[in-house]
Every structure is written in structure tokens, then in C-alpha cells.
Design a protein around this ligand. Sequence first.
Ligand SMILES: CC(C)(COP(=O)(O)OP(=O)(O)OC[C@H]1O[C@@H](n2cnc3c(N)ncnc32)[C@H](O)[C@@H]1OP(=O)(O)O)[C@@H](O)C(=O)NCCC(=O)NCCS
Length: 173
Amino acid sequence: MIIRRELPGDEEAVTRVHADAFAAHYPDGEPVEPGLVTALRASDAWIPALSLVAVRDGATVGHVCCTRATLGEQRVPVLGLGPLGVVVGQQRAGVGGALVHAVLAAADALDEPLVVLLGHPGYYPRFGFRPAAELGIRPEVAEWEPAFQARTLTTYEPAMTGLFTYAPPFGEL
Ligand SMILES: CC(C)(COP(=O)(O)OP(=O)(O)OC[C@H]1O[C@@H](n2cnc3c(N)ncnc32)[C@H](O)[C@@H]1OP(=O)(O)O)[C@@H](O)C(=O)NCCC(=O)NCCS
């Protein structure tokens, strides 16, 4: 398996990854994640260097992206991670972990200070995520805690606190 940046032409494969990965979360309908990625890609929040695919035996089996989000009244630029998806047939084989490690390293190399996500509290702490509340970072929806988690990077400063706001396409889910 290799992890690389998403390139022009990967869009349909990325859509298929999320449609498959998230299908079980929507027993009565279609997953929103494929459309969310498409909307993010078309928005100002998209950061091409932080959209990564996992390719195994020539097939795209996973995808993750980080997009521009803001923190506090000063609207400090930070990152929101997601969606993260791995096709069902390749789950629990290290693909998701490889994507998360890679996108965090890429974000750090870009001097991004902080990555925030809404995700399973049993999965993300292994990558250095901790409850965002411990850092004084709060979600737009109070009920999101404790799934609301943050990972600090090299340029993080403790003054980076306040309300976290995802890129606009997330609010249109
Ligand atoms: C969550 C997901 C991205 C993880 O990717 P993956 O390639 O399957 O994960 P990895 O192989 O790197 O890690 C596997 C380990 O992660 C943990 N893990 C995986 N999915 C988990 C989940 N939903 N909740 C808690 N722990 C989970 C397990 O400990 C697993 O180890 P185990 O097989 O020994 O039990 C993938 O399962 C997926 O796409 N799921 C559907 C979409 C989704 O829920 N995305 C995340 C939204 S926050």
C-alpha cells in the first residue's frame, strides 16, 4: 500500500471509497460523506496537499482530508480532519492508521498548529488526539463532546482556544 496526495482524476475513486466506507452508517439512505468531500473540494477550505489516498494493488482503498477551519473570535486558521474512510474489505488492516499518520505529518510540515475532529474516542487517541475540551476548544454543538478531539502540532500555542468552526460545507450536511 502507498499513501499519496489525491491527484486530478482521483475524484470518482474517492467518492466510491466514502460511499462504501460509510454505507453501514446509513441503513435507510445514502451516506452524506461522498457529497461532503465533493463540496469541500470545490470550496475555499480545500487544501490539496492535505487530501491523501491509500492505494493497494492499483485500487484506491482509503481517503482522508484536512480542510481549513477556524478557532475563536480571532478566527485563527486551524484544520478539521475528515472524512476518513476505508473500504469495508480493507478495514482493520492498517490503512486508516497510515492515512491519519500521513495527514498529520503533512499538516505539521505545513506549520499548521492544530487538527480537530469529531470521531470515535476509542480510535483517535492512539494518534495523539485528546478531548478538545482539555485544550479549551469547544464545538459548535455541545453534544459533540466527548467525540470532539484535537491533536496539537509543532506550532501550536496554548492561547489557541475557543469555538471551533468547521469549513462551511460541513454545516450543510
Ligand atoms: C474508522 C476507519 C477509518 C478505520 O480505518 P481502518 O483501516 O479500519 O483502521 P486501522 O486498521 O488503521 O486500525 C484498526 C484498529 O482501529 C480500531 N478501530 C477501527 N475502527 C474503529 C471504530 N469504529 N471504533 C473504534 N475503534 C476502531 C480497532 O482497534 C482496530 O484494531 P483491531 O482490528 O485490532 O480491533 C475505517 O474502519 C472506516 O472507514 N470506517 C467507516 C467510516 C468511519 O467510521 N470513518 C471514521 C469516522 S470518525
